[in-house]
Design a protein around this ligand. Structure first.
Ligand code: 5AD
Length: 345
């Protein structure tokens, strides 16, 4: 209780103190105290607004082989797809008509989408929808590539750091990937003027409370505009098939902690959270989250973007079900808004 109070007051703790705080994530009083503070901060800066982002999963080809991910390169059981430029533009048109003003282009790390193809795509989306924000989520690239995308009109970039601990990073990723490069990408993106999103999985294999404390300290150093966290969920075609999933309660607790750590951050109640608990997203919104990212991908491809098992992609998860989503959001006293929802700086 004492440490939670201090955190609310100072908005930062030392590494050891964060570990102490995380050890109390099961304490109902501590949870409720942080939740209320997080909720109040969210109200203070964003009112009861919930921002919606149309998520377009435009390719599931990936040259990386992250051990936890269902669409990793070596998984032969994935039916690979790539949307055409026309298909992507048509997702945006449909999304625009539904009220979406941010399009998140998310994909595997797919070399087919060269800098030239990406910039052309970004240009065309901006041409059709000059009042919309474009968020990219396409992995690690050279700073020069990020610069071209930015000049073509990209506004934001999501690149979860996954874990801020070198050894833990090594255990989740193959040799050819490195934490230092990922962090360099995040700082490059910031320098180029992107609104940047980092983040990590909660309960990923081997994750300790000390790792999470380091994730929090890293987020505090980076000062990202957005943070994406969701529970780890095993995928049957990975080495972690038999691991247990991350905890919904810990995820909710961390949403509150992150809201307090970075009061103005844009914080999604993620698909993974909604997958693990039918009320996961509502709980997230009550604990400091203020963004949801419904799926705008073509129906026919949705189930092939299988990062983890049982990923929800129809029903209220679909961008098309915006009326149902509004109801859900209103059930917890919030209101879906359709403006771009840029980060407050
Ligand atoms: N469980 C939960 N989240 C996952 N991601 C990838 N695989 C899984 C999984 N098995 C997350 C990663 C990545 C984001 C796009 O999806 O954090 O950055």
């Amino acid at each position: 209780m004492e440490i939670a109070r201090r955190f609310i007051k100072e908005r930062i703790l030392s590494r050891d103190e964060f570990v102490l705080l995380l050890q109390q994530s099961g304490d109902a009083d501590v949870r409720e105290m942080l939740r209320q503070e997080a909720f109040a901060l969210c109200r203070k800066y964003y009112g009861n607004k919930v921002y919606i982002r149309g998520l377009i999963e435009f390719t599931n080809y990936c040259k990386n082989n992250c051990y936890y991910c269902g669409i990793r390169r070596d998984n032969r059981n994935v039916r690979r797809y790539r949307l055409t430029e026309e298909e992507i533009l048509s997702c945006c048109r449909e999304g625009y008509a539904l009220g979406y003003r941010t399009f998140v282009l998310q994909g595997g790390d797919d070399p087919y989408f060269t800098d030239e193809r990406m910039t052309e795509l970004i240009r065309r989306i901006k041409e059709n929808h000059p009042d919309c924000a474009i968020t990219l989520s396409i992995g690690e690239r050279e700073k020069e590539s990020y610069r071209k995308f930015r000049e073509a009109g990209a506004d934001r970039y999501l690149l979860r750091h996954e874990t801020a601990d070198e050894a833990h990073y090594r255990s989740l990723h193959p040799q050819e990937m490195s934490l230092s490069h990922r962090m360099k990408c995040l700082y490059d993106l910031k320098e180029l003027g992107y609104q940047v999103g980092a983040g990590f999985m909660v309960g990923s294999p081997g994750q300790t409370l000390v790792n999470i404390a380091d994730d929090l300290l890293f987020l505090h150093r980076l000062q990202p505009e957005m943070v994406g966290i969701g529970p780890f969920i095993p995928h049957h075609d990975t080495r972690y098939a038999g691991e247990k999933a991350g905890s919904v309660d810990m995820t909710i607790f961390l949403l509150s902690v992150i809201r307090i750590l970075l009061p103005k951050v844009l914080l999604p109640a993620t698909t993974a959270l909604g997958t693990m608990d039918p009320f996961g997203r509502e709980k997230g919104l009550l604990a400091g989250a203020n963004v949801v990212m419904p799926n705008l991908s073509p129906e026919k491809n949705r189930k092939d973007y299988s990062l983890y098992d049982n990923k929800i992609c129809t029903g209220e998860e679909a961008a098309q079900s915006i009326a149902a989503l509004r109801k859900k959001v209103e059930s917890v006293g919030c209101q879906v808004v359709t403006d771009r929802g840029d980060a407050l700086r």
